[in-house]
Design a protein around this ligand. Sequence first.
Ligand code: GLN
Length: 471
Amino acid sequence: MSAVVDTLRLTAEDALGLVDRGEVSPAELHAAYLQAIDEHDGELHAYLRTVEEAEGTSIPIALKDVISTKGVETTAGSRILSGYVPVFDSTVAARCKEAGLTLLGKTNTDEFAMGSSTENSAFGPSRNPWDPTRVPGGSGGGTAAAVSGGLAPWGLGSDTGGSIKQPSALCGNVGLRPTYGTVSRYGIVAFASSLDQVGPVAKTVRDVALLYGMVSGRDPADSTTVEVDEPVRLPTDERLDGLRIGVPRQAVALEAIEPGVREAFEATIGLAEELGADVGECDLPLSFDYGMPCYYLIAPAEASSNLARYDGVRYGLREDAETYRGMVERTRDAGFGDEPKRRIMLGTYALSAGYYDAYYGQAQRVRTLIVREHAAAFETFDVLATPTSPTVAFALGDKAADPLAMYACDLLTIPSCLAGLPGLSVPCGFSEGLPVGLQLIGPQFGENVLFRAGHALERALDLDLVPERLR
Ligand code: GLN
């Protein structure tokens, strides 16, 4: 533990208070986290690199290594980007700087954010602070491990099919995947552009709302962004009176959901009713039957196109050869790990002449139906609720050799991502001594209702989210 603050328990909001009141300086706070990283990151490997100088007027932040940071190496967990030092800041990194936040470091991720455990990182996996023999989830496992292990007050991740929500659940953090288009993707290493969204990970719903307020909003450099007309409201309500919560029948019927996860989820839904919410069942049959296959056509298709830029000329790694073509081949062979290669092949196939309409085109049509199915559910409900992950944190190595088992980690998070909807994961209990996450899905631009619901439940649950072994 550091001398100035207890980094394991300090929320970002309280840290901001300490700095505002002049009780702790930004440099002292930064140093306290660096010291915690020094002590614990040997075990957790949450960070790929740290930044020593605190250039800012406020509290520190950790950024997932897919977020370009001027002058600080950005690798996306891939060997092909090693040595790449961006000459510009991504919009979110720039907004953090404008808010005075100091960059603590870049956190570990599955290569190009492809994975659910960080085991696909070219630089070795991160570990779960609750039990270092287990994964912290992924792809944003580094940020999640950093926040729950007291190595950062908060951080930004990116979520394509669950990479903010799932690691937040597995590490006992709060994580928000915002509505598609509310946070700029400019300067984010692209995986699947129609799905990628940047969002906050923190200890509390209020912290997440604060950080979302700092980074969201229209960006002229990303034409898919919009201005949200409703300002972010920091939640205070401790009741859920009048809130209509829909529980998708097909989601909770999934056999993959562990009994302990189901129990924590059901107890939390019961609690929501006690707090005044009206809970009902809803139907999203297509979303849960076809969401996964649809995602694993669209995401690899877009990835195969996005990853074409790594040619040994423009970024990072270069393996020399006699000819230009030989150089590109050798660079891509040496630079990409198995998962990106798998997805480049899947995606290239799905987009190839003669198959385009049967695979990619069909997946896009299914995606439209998934969008409509969700829109219909929101005619009756304000939020939808499911567990975030079917399981608690699993052991390192458990699924690493089985891509389909790894893909199944996101069964519950993927459908709403395809629909472009916001999702908040909030800790809702424990199973086997490990945190369980509740996923709340809102309508487009429904972040405030997610914050309200998440905050009331967080207050009522009042869980101790410091990993037991670190208390
Ligand atoms: N696990 C999913 C995948 O591998 C989602 C990853 C993400 O959201 N970046 O694609």
